[in-house]
Design a protein. Structure first.
Length: 229
């Protein structure tokens, strides 16, 4: 009897071991999903085309003309050695600016041009009787003084500058900033008529009363409006 129980116990143990061994080979379903994301702030880079363009260099303290580029006008330094920018009959100048950069959002560009021009003579009623300085805004950057027609007065320059970029409602899409070049030209013709010579002389004799200044503010603003350019 004891021998039979021993045999039975051995068989049961063999079944348990065999069952464990078989169950250890079974497979199972397993799934794994790993999700990740990352973002940076959208790029907003805008500036002037060249470092020298960060300053509006429209007028000078001295002017050089002629085939040999000789000095023709030179501002007198003050007690601190500083020289003021000046304009005079026969002088002219220009300034070119352009925007560069990368912007990753929709945006607008606005130009606000302000200034004053008192390089004029007025009658007793305050009406301008002589306005010698002429201006032009070239949007092609290809004209040069000799090819300009349709010069306008100072207010015309301000109007032309204020009409740039978003003045027409343009919304720019992400990408490179519109880097169109614009050139401001100005001139004060060297007169030969006796009448205009007298008027020019009048301006020179009262120079402290006659100032011209120009300030240009260019602002880019992010917008959620639909891009049109």
């Amino acid at each position: 009897m004891k021998k039979k129980l021993t045999v039975l116990g051995t068989l049961l143990l063999a079944v348990v071991i065999s069952g464990y061994s078989v169950s250890g080979t079974y497979a199972k379903y397993t799934s794994s999903i790993d999700l990740a994301d990352e973002a940076r702030v959208a790029k907003w880079e805008i500036g002037m085309g060249q470092e020298a363009m960060n300053t509006l260099n429209l007028f000078e303290d001295s002017y050089f003309y002629g085939d040999d580029n000789h000095l023709t006008v030179d501002s007198i330094a003050d007690a601190d050695g500083k020289k003021a920018n000046v304009v005079a009959p026969g002088t002219h100048g220009q300034y070119t600016f352009a925007l560069t950069g990368e912007i990753e959002t929709n945006y607008t560009i606005d130009v606000t041009a302000t200034g004053k021009n008192t390089v004029v003579l007025k009658d007793d009623a305050g009406n301008v009787t002589y306005d010698p300085m002429k201006f032009y805004l070239d949007t092609n950057d290809a004209l040069g003084f000799e090819n300009i027609t349709g010069w306008y007065d100072f207010q015309g320059l301000l109007d032309a500058l204020n009409a740039l970029y978003s003045a027409d409602g343009t919304v720019y899409g992400p990408g490179s900033v519109d880097n169109t070049s614009y050139t401001i030209y100005w001139k004060w013709d060297f007169e030969t008529s006796a009448a205009n010579n007298k008027l020019d002389t009048n301006l020179g004799e009262t120079s402290a009363e006659h100032i011209i200044s120009l300030d240009i503010n260019i602002t880019a603003n992010q917008t959620q409006e639909k891009a049109t350019a």
